[in-house]
Write a protein that binds this ligand. Structure first.
Ligand code: SAM
Length: 265
């Protein structure tokens, strides 16, 4: 990897550690990937496509089916994620996987796509500027992104059990995303917000799921909880987020955007 910051390096390490468990725990990403594809339902074809933060290739598989003759370049900063995607899908002339940050591409694409990944790229407006630079005039960008308010229950439970150790990462607000696109030369074609309440068997299985996705630890969690605090967190979450039929709930706030490049930012 070249030109990647220390922050991106530690994020890559975190996602690499989750590469083998990710798919099994990525139900929410599978759902959002289908909705990203729906954003492109009116598209006749795409020639040169870039997927940003492809992970294990959940969206990539849908892209290949939808645009069978397109050349699809998939980038992710995590080596291990790229290896899993390559093993499952296979890299060839039309589908290329590279361990890269978006800023390291120089080709010109007519479509950029991303599923549940752009919120990890901070500051977001810099990511949009980099995207602008790799897209042709008139190119489209279709993506899903997690918004501020995602996993709000977890944030509140953590504040109750360890107020001195707040979650480290701040997810973007809808306005920040739309403004970031605007100042970087994109015109919004459509945008929709979704609130998804996902039910897990217990607080423990919820925490294990997000751990398997590479969300916990490191950048997202900020300062790690000790064993006692973790036990208190599980008990608090089980109590405060329990639903009538059993299980606990966790909320995801998701924004789906289709935009078009209209100028060079
Ligand atoms: C939650 S995963 C989503 C993966 C995949 N898009 C999916 O739908 O399952 C986020 C991915 O974004 C990648 N990522 C984070 N920052 C990145 C960056 N600056 N450039 C490329 N990939 C990045 C991570 O390594 C991780 O694989």
């Amino acid at each position: 990897m070249t030109g990647i910051s220390h922050r991106a390096d530690s994020m890559a390490a975190r996602f690499s550690a989750a590469a083998s468990t990710y798919d099994h725990s990525a139900d929410i990403q599978r759902q959002t990937a289908k909705k990203v594809m729906n954003l492109m339902s009116g598209f006749a074809a795409a020639v040169n496509v870039i997927e940003i933060g492809c992970g294990t290739g959940i969206l990539t598989r849908l892209l290949i089916k939808r645009f069978p003759s397109a050349r699809i370049e998939c980038v992710d900063i995590s080596d291990a994620m790229i290896r899993v995607a390559c093993d499952r899908i296979g890299s060839g002339e039309n589908v290329i996987f590279s361990t890269l940050d978006i800023g390291e591409k120089s080709a010109q694409f007519d479509l950029a796509v991303s599923n549940a990944a752009l919120h990890w790229m901070v500051p977001l407006k810099t990511a949009f500027a980099k995207l602008n630079a790799v897209l042709c005039d008139g190119a489209h960008i279709a993506f899903s992104i997690m918004l501020d308010g995602t996993l709000a229950e977890l944030k509140s439970a953590r504040a109750r059990v360890a107020s001195h150790k707040q979650i480290g990462m701040k997810l973007p607000a809808r306005t920040e995303i739309l403004e970031g696109l605007g100042i970087n030369g994109f015109m919004i074609m459509s945008e929709a917000r979704e609130t998804a309440a996902v039910i897990y068997d217990s607080a423990w299985s919820f925490l294990k799921t997000i751990h398997n996705q590479g969300v916990t630890g490191g950048i997202y969690s900020g300062q790690l909880l000790n064993r006692t605090e973790l036990t208190m967190l599980v008990e608090d979450y089980d109590r405060s987020c329990r639903i009538e039929d059993g299980g606990v709930t966790a909320t995801y706030e998701i924004l789906y955007v289709l935009a078009r490049k209209v100028n060079n930012g």
